[in-house]
Design a protein around this ligand. Structure first.
Ligand code: C6P
Length: 412
């Protein structure tokens, strides 16, 4: 079967860009359905990293020599690409970090000097641990109170309750744009708008939305937005924090060290301006440049094409898996989520299913997906999570479904 978008996207050609998709695992062709954990890397991005080390490797913002200038220019060009992609007003509102976890911790650390005892901060019930634990640590430091926006059994946030929870004590709201464990696309426009009406600032964890949805920082009027490059065809160990200029200026630095200073004496240090204030030490230079190359690649494929093709994959997989007796799918309907299928089979442990699928060449994630409160909500130990990308195919879903049926027969 060929989908409409598959013809539009030329999937065969796209798959040629990803060397890893042509390897075998356990003697079977790899079917990679763990894209929500990390995406695969196209040749264009791999070549960019090799080219950096072969032709430009030098430390940045430090040397007067030509190589250092070349590396600095490439790194700052990448920052500009990230700015343009997320439509930030200014390039210095983009802080390069090691990824979403780092970005969130940076903001949480900064707000320790802003929040006061009794202030309220809201997180959603469907957050990744990265968007829970730093806020708990912040509450411990400041005496602020963490409150949880509840979700329904269908994996959607209860917006009426959210509205009631907001008040003049609410200072911060933290919600993921897309849930990693369920795939739910949260109504962040409304979440931001309602929070701003009571004067609260909003951080959106964009780790799972960035591979599927192009977020516009200015149109959203979001205060902070976080992304990991490795989920959007880039390398691991690099990502970004977008923050509005005035808020980033208000927050104190996260780490002290080289490059984040204006002047250092033993009596007093003054800090550099944005973005350097938050980028202490030698950064992941090749990673930052490759992050820019990954965005170029994704934009060439086109986010609208990606979204419509992936939703066809998800719809097909949902229909096919629903025919298997005993399957329970967690989360909302396919049209309200990204290409994530989180499920269990009655009587089977997700870990056993994942292990057998791997033997048949199919890579999925099993367990709590770093979102234990969601598992607690459903009273389950974990789920099997198949997450699709634009380089996956209907044929791969057929392989996955027949492997799943085989695993079920073997385990029951
Ligand atoms: N989720 C998953 O399999 P880092 O590790 O910093 O790049 O991203 C953390 C993170 C934060 N928020 C959300 C919504 C995420 O999904 C993740 C990473 C992976 O679901 C690995 S745990």
């Amino acid at each position: 079967m060929t989908t409409t978008s598959e013809q539009l996207l030329d999937i065969k050609k796209i798959r040629e860009d990803f060397p890893i998709l042509h390897r075998e695992i356990n003697g079977k062709p790899l079917v990679y359905f763990d894209n929500a954990a990390t995406s695969q890397t196209p040749k264009h991005v791999i070549d960019c990293i090799v080219d950096y080390y072969e032709t430009k490797n030098a430390n940045i913002h430090r040397g007067v020599h030509t190589l250092s200038q070349m590396a600095t220019d490439a790194y700052e060009e990448a920052r500009e690409k990230v700015r343009a992609h997320f439509n930030a007003k200014k390039a210095h509102e983009i802080i390069f970090t090691s990824g979403t976890t780092h970005s969130i911790n940076l903001v949480a650390n900064g707000y320790a000097s802003v929040l006061q005892k009794g202030d309220e901060i809201l997180v959603s019930a469907m957050e990744h641990h990265s968007n829970i634990v730093p806020w708990q640590m912040l509450c411990e430091k400041t005496g602020a109170i963490l409150k949880v926006i509840p979700m329904s059994y269908h994996g959607e946030l209860e917006m009426d309750t959210y509205k009631q929870m907001l008040n003049d004590k609410t200072k911060l709201v933290f919600v993921n744009h897309v849930s990693n464990a369920l795939g739910t696309i949260n109504p962040i426009e409304d979440i931001i708008h309602l929070a701003h009406a009571v004067g609260a600032k909003v951080l959106i964890d964009g780790a799972q939305s960035a591979p599927h949805i192009k977020a516009d920082a200015q149109a959203l009027d979001v205060d902070f937005y976080t992304v990991s490059a490795h989920k959007i065809c880039g390398p691991t160990g690099v990502g970004m924090l977008y923050g509005k200029e005035d808020l980033l200026n208000m927050l104190p630095p996260y780490q002290g060290g080289g490059e984040m200073i204006s002047e250092v004496t033993f009596e007093k240090t003054t800090y550099a301006g944005l973005p350097h204030k938050f980028e202490a030490g030698t950064p992941n230079i090749s990673g930052g440049i490759a992050f820019g190359a990954a965005l170029d690649y994704m934009n060439d494929v086109g986010f609208e094409n990606i979204a419509s093709y992936e939703s066809e994959l998800l719809k097909y997989a949902t229909d096919e898996i629903s025919k298997i007796e005993g399957v329970e799918i967690y989360g909302t309907s396919p049209e309200k989520k990204t290409a994530v299928l989180s499920f269990n089979i009655k009587g089977l442990h997700p870990y056993d299913i994942g292990t057998l699928l791997d033997k048949m060449g199919v890579a999925v994630r099993t367990g709590h997906h770093c979102a234990q409160p969601i598992m607690e909500f459903y009273k389950i130990p974990g789920t099997v999570r198949a997450s699709f990308s634009f380089y996956n195919t209907i044929e791969e879903i057929d392989i996955f479904i027949s492997a799943l049926k085989k695993a079920k027969t073997m385990l029951l």
